[in-house]
Design a protein around this ligand. Structure first.
Ligand code: B12
Ligand code: SF4
Length: 413
């Protein structure tokens, strides 16, 4: 019989049965795995992505862990909840990640412990108190005891990432990820993080753990990219960025360091909507950043949202037009999603409708607004088509499509 494993960590992501998505392993669980190993515990990180549920359960039976830790973000809740039911009673169960960190309540009846915020220290301390079960002194936990909800002190964020052990990657199904990515896209990819935390306060952004963006500090990004260039690493990379704190010189250095695409949070082409979001940018800044990025030889991608508070008929059309006219290699549109725990969520709370997004790009409209879900979905498809035609250098067709569909979008309710 196998020796008992102290902790099994499960990442309840599933590869799509049809179509393709950007699926990546969990950096969060890799960090937990490394922290636990450093503290002397035995760990297995099971990535559910390419496994059937019965395979995950068989592996858990074989490893007989004392603790089962599960990651959860909004799109993985169904899998996390069903797994919790299946393993309840077999080990102490603990859930963490962005969704339970922002809204622990729905998890309280399914898991023994809910971890809020960064998890490296929390999980190690839970292990230290496995026998005496004195969890109330561990910051960053919520759980039920004798019917009462216990909330421990907040977990303070680690200030210096270099103190953390490097993410443990050896349990990952790397070959399957590589195969999946090569089949659907040309290059394989894996996540890496060089900084934690973001000082901005965009109202829709969910940061109960931390936000992050690579280009936050101009000097640091420049120096880091100079070092990456000097190291001559045989790889290319992509990153997230705001459209502020950047310029052509930085992009040129990033290019020399192997950066091939930057994803910008642009969100809207309308100044009023950007103000509602407290995004702290203007459409003109987005235009300039994208232009400088492309000029430096890096592909630019943009994230946009439709149907946010303050969206009007005109702002919606403006955003679709603005986004599809920028020289973007890739555009992503989503219906504005009030994530529990955000200011946006509290602003629409009174008119929030039942339901969640159960999968990637579910794009359900979750609050009553002047727009119908149908109209916003139409706007998204329209934007995507316009962008595609322009990307394929079919400008006259793109313009004809735009002119023909603008009145349709306007007329829709
Ligand atoms: C990179 C990224 C992606 C990538 C890849 C995701 C991946 N698997 O790497 C891509 C582009 C594919 C992506 C897609 C989406 N993403 Co995303 N993404 C991120 C981003 C920027 C970084 C994720 C990361 O690596 N974090 C670093 C690790 C170290 O942190 P962590 O995972 O939170 O883990 C720590 C703690 O949470 C905790 N913890 C985690 N698990 C556990 C378990 C236990 C037991 C314990 C004790 C603790 C614990 O400890 C960890 C270490 O401190 C985050 C923002 C952020 N800063 O985290 C958004 C974020 C996770 N994404 C988000 C969203 C909404 C999405 C999409 C739905 C977007 C869309 N509209 O399609 C999709 C859904 C993807 C899916 N698979 O279902 C939201 C989730 C909000 C929520 N409440 O769930 C976030 C938080 C962004 C935001 N601010 O709103 N995403
Ligand atoms: S969306 Fe705003 S708050 Fe969130 S990580 Fe990006 S800049 Fe920071």
């Amino acid at each position: 019989m196998t020796q008992r494993t102290d902790v099994v960590l499960v990442y309840p992501q599933r590869a799509p049965r049809k179509g393709r998505h950007w699926i990546m392993p969990s950096l969060g669980l890799m960090y937990l795995s490394a922290a636990l190993r450093q503290a002397g515990y035995t760990v297995r990180h099971i990535d559910h992505t390419f496994l059937e549920r019965h395979e995950v359960l068989t592996e858990i039976e074989r490893l007989r862990p004392s603790v089962i830790g599960v990651y959860c973000m909004i799109t993985m809740q169904d899998e996390a909840f069903s797994l919790a039911e299946q393993v309840r009673g077999k080990a102490l169960t603990i859930v963490g990640g962005p969704y339970p960190s922002g809204e622990p309540e729905p998890f309280l009846d399914k898991f023994d412990l809910v971890a809020v915020g960064e998890g490296e220290e929390t999980i190690v301390q839970v292990m230290r108190h496995l026998d005496d079960r004195r969890f109330e002194g561990i910051p960053g936990l919520v759980f039920r005891r004798d019917g009462e909800v216990v909330r421990t002190d907040a977990r303070t964020r680690s200030k210096d990432m270099s103190q953390l052990p490097l993410p443990y990657r050896r349990d990952l199904p790397n070959q399957q990820y590589i195969g999946y990515w090569r089949k659907h896209w040309k290059d394989a990819t894996t996540p890496l993080m060089s900084t934690r935390g973001c000082p901005f306060r965009c109202e829709f952004c969910h940061k109960p753990v931390f936000g992050d963006l690579f280009t936050l500090n101009y000097r640091r990004t420049m120096e880091l990219c100079q070092e990456i260039e000097e190291a001559r690493l045989p790889l290319t990379w992509e990153c997230l960025s705001r459209v502020t704190q950047v310029d052509y010189d930085l992009f040129a250095q990033m290019r020399r360091a192997g950066c091939k695409r930057i994803f910008f949070g642009i969100e809207s082409g309308d100044e009023g909507v950007l103000k509602q979001m407290a995004k702290g940018i203007k459409p003109e800044q987005a235009r300039e950043a994208v232009g400088a990025c492309v000029k430096a030889g890096i592909k630019a991608a943009g994230f946009f949202m439709v149907g946010y508070l303050g969206e009007t008929q005109e702002s919606l059309l403006k955003t679709i037009r603005f986004s599809s006219h920028l020289p973007l290699d890739y555009v992503s549109y989503t219906i504005a999603y009030p994530l529990p725990g955000t200011k946006f969520f509290s602003r629409v709370k009174e008119r929030r409708q039942e339901g969640e997004w159960h999968y990637i790009r579910h794009n359900r409209l979750l609050f009553n607004s002047d727009f119908s879900e149908r109209k916003l979905r139409f706007a998204i498809v329209k934007g995507a088509v316009q962008h595609k035609l322009r990307k394929l250098h079919m400008k006259p067709l793109a313009s004809a499509f735009e002119v023909a569909t603008d009145p349709v979008l306007r007329a829709m309710r």
